[in-house]
Design a protein around this ligand. Sequence first.
Ligand SMILES: NC(=O)c1ccc[n+]([C@@H]2O[C@H](COP(=O)([O-])OP(=O)(O)OC[C@H]3O[C@@H](n4cnc5c(N)ncnc54)[C@H](OP(=O)(O)O)[C@@H]3O)[C@@H](O)[C@H]2O)c1
Length: 284
Amino acid sequence: MEQRTQHAERIAFLGLGHMGTPMARRLLAAGHPLTVWNRTATKAERLVAEGARLAASPADAVRDADVVITMLAGPDAVRSVADAILPALREGAYWVEMSTVGPDVVRELGERAAGRVTLVDAPVAGSTDKAAAGELGILAGGDADGVAHVLARLGTVTRTGPAGSGAALKLVVNTAVLGGVALVAEALALADALGLDGDAARTALARGPLGGAVARAFAQDVHFGADLAAKDAALAVRAADLPVMEAVAAHFTAAAADPETVHEDISHAVSHIRGRAARAARTA
Ligand SMILES: NC(=O)c1ccc[n+]([C@@H]2O[C@H](COP(=O)([O-])OP(=O)(O)OC[C@H]3O[C@@H](n4cnc5c(N)ncnc54)[C@H](OP(=O)(O)O)[C@@H]3O)[C@@H](O)[C@H]2O)c1
């Protein structure tokens, strides 16, 4: 593998959604020559104005890159982009897969990339605010030595073990987050049903063991879509027998099926869950 000058790697960043845009911006600000690609090209305009090069295709984006980062919606998006970039990746490059896709997809990508590029799974904990501040919790599986300093621009790196372990731990972490948020929503639905003041119930819950989940359920200025939450819950229940999480997945799937909440932050899914319970009580 050829020597790289630290901090000057050519980076290709694919996926400029709510998370990808602030992450890519941090890498650009740190001085990395940055090529970006996004399915909807208009979302790249601000980064291009700040100095990034816009690639015409995923293959064009990765051709000369030392480090390729993918931050895409989920397994389907990552597989589709993988089809496009695998033939074009430079031998010896790193591919850091940061989306939430679960360990099976990482294993599949690892087999396809084997021998030519080093695949690192590095999904993240923390939302858009942490992405902008470079304070994400990065769960890095596989041989991440060569990219640890790049990832450090985005947050705190925890090495989780072999390839796929970062993606696996991310599902564990999100199961607790989504389960906690859904439980807070149901506790508040119960408070509504019992005629309690919602703010008083929220304050009481915030003082208990689910205090962090209450904070996330009412978080402002962050964006984690209900569609992505439904995807993550589904990934978890496919990996193990999790009856509570099945119910949680059903809540987020319902929020993702509603055009008013599908792309909204999961705090709106909390209102969705409470609203559903209230409607069910009225029709009972
Ligand atoms: N948001 C959070 O708080 C958060 C926190 C931790 C982890 N994550 C994970 O990080 C990843 C990105 O999240 P996000 O909030 O940035 O999502 P997002 O805003 O919905 O962006 C999704 C990105 O994936 C692209 N995409 C979707 N389907 C595609 C396809 N078939 N082919 C190519 N590109 C496709 C989108 O392109 P277009 O722009 O063309 O639609 C967009 O760039 C997800 O895996 C999510 O679960 C999110």
